[in-house]
Design a protein around this ligand. Structure first.
Ligand SMILES: NC(=O)c1ccc[n+]([C@@H]2O[C@H](COP(=O)([O-])OP(=O)(O)OC[C@H]3O[C@@H](n4cnc5c(N)ncnc54)[C@H](O)[C@@H]3O)[C@@H](O)[C@H]2O)c1
Ligand SMILES: [Zn+2]
Length: 354
């Protein structure tokens, strides 16, 4: 199996570049890419650590949030790299949430036809999912992640110290993706998260480290088997995402964090798994109860809007929409599901959201 980059999870890693920068830049030149909030918290420190380690490092700030994932923002970044004198023998370090690693990773993929980069996610969502696996992307006016490239980072560096400043909702959003990994891929991870949920919400380091490491390993293993999403194996990582994406699209930018939508999407997927994939009643009830207890914002969404978003997604996949369902926890199956069952699952979730 193809080996995908170096994975490091631990405390204080961001400030120890010698442990993750091998092979990153033969010229010693680097661009550190960040956004203003992360720059103030971690960026300055990483910058001086890179300089102390002997790199000739410049930095560039992307806009915060999805604004980073635009042609305009990436174009500014590419020009800044030219201005800083970066050649093909230079490297890039992306320090920030999933938006920064997506946009900066994309810049690394296309700058001079590709230079090495290190992904250093600073949100929990980035550390368990977004910053891992080499999918880089921009948004188009027509939708999210519609342009991009596969470009594996040399290393993924998850510094647990970055997570201390993370707001509660961002933490829940990241934990949602970790729950997804557990439910779809590893029953042990699911049980651990269920039993240590409060510690995880509080960001307790030992529990967080265990979950982040396991999720990152699981994602890297799936990616190694299906790096470019050709064999369908990477689809498993979309557990909870079909309905989740539709809820996100229907809500518009703002009211729902991605992971919050995934929590709701997983609730729908568990109901469908009970009906169409043979998930036993006790497990379905246990997972449902747990997910129903995770805090997501109250929201009034129109059923028709969610169903339209689901239909659009199906059309984009040339009518081939298959749901990732659970035969058991850790045993995913891909299934086409009758329209009426999807509607029923969406309706029941929306009712409980109000
Ligand atoms: N490439 C992939 O495989 C993949 C997978 C999942 C998600 N994504 C993408 O990731 C993005 C979402 O990522 P995200 O949730 O990390 O969003 P984000 O990058 O917008 O970060 C969320 C918020 O947290 C703040 N933040 C970042 N680090 C912080 C820290 N250490 N302390 C305090 N605040 C901090 C940011 O300023 C921002 O306001 C989406 O664009 C999504 O499409 C990509
Ligand atoms: Zn996701």
């Amino acid at each position: 199996m193809k080996r995908i980059g170096l994975l490091k999870v631990g405390r204080g890693l961001a400030l120890r570049p010698r442990s993750w920068s091998q092979g990153l830049s033969s010229s010693g030149r680097l661009m550190l890419v960040c956004e203003p909030k992360v720059w103030r918290r971690q960026g300055r420190g990483v910058m001086s650590a890179l300089r102390q380690a002997g790199f000739q490092a410049a930095f560039h700030l992307l806009p915060t949030g999805e604004g980073a994932k635009t042609w305009a923002a990436v174009s500014h970044l590419l020009s800044a790299m030219l201005k800083a004198g970066l050649g093909r023998d230079a490297g890039l370090v992306a320090l920030g949430g999933g938006t920064v690693t997506d946009a900066a990773g994309f810049a690394a993929a296309i700058y001079m036809r590709g230079i090495p980069w290190v992904s250093m996610p600073t949100t929990l969502l980035g550390q368990v999912d977004g910053g891992i696996g080499g999918k880089t992307a921009l948004d188009l006016p027509e939708g999210k992640n519609l342009a991009g490239a596969f470009h594996q980072p040399l290393a993924v560096v998850c510094d647990l110290d970055c997570l201390g400043s993370l707001p509660g909702r961002e933490r829940v959003s990241g934990l949602a993706e970790a729950l997804k990994c557990g439910l779809a891929l590893d029953a042990g991870l699911w049980r651990f998260m269920r039993d240590h949920w409060v510690s995880l919400l509080l960001g307790e380091p030992a529990a967080s480290r265990r979950v982040i490491t396991r999720c990152a390993e699981l994602k890297l293993a799936v990616v190694a088997r299906d790096e470019r999403e050709t064999s369908g194996q990477r689809e498993i990582l979309n557990f909870g995402h079909t309905v989740g994406h539709a809820l996100e699209a229907a809500a518009g930018l703002g009211p729902l964090r991605h992971g919050e939508a995934v929590i709701l999407g997983m609730r729908a997927a568990v109901r469908l798994s009970r009906r169409h994939a043979g998930l036993d009643e006790a497990s379905a009830a246990e997972i449902e109860d747990f997910l129903a207890g995770v805090q997501v914002p109250r929201l009034e969404l129109r059923e028709a809007k969610v169903l339209t978003a689901l239909r659009r997604d199906k059309k984009a996949r040339r009518g081939q929409r298959r749901f990732v369902l659970l035969r058991r926890v850790g045993w995913p199956v891909l299934k086409a599901v009758p329209e009426a069952s999807v509607r029923e699952a969406v309706r029941s979730i929306l009712k409980e959201l109000r």
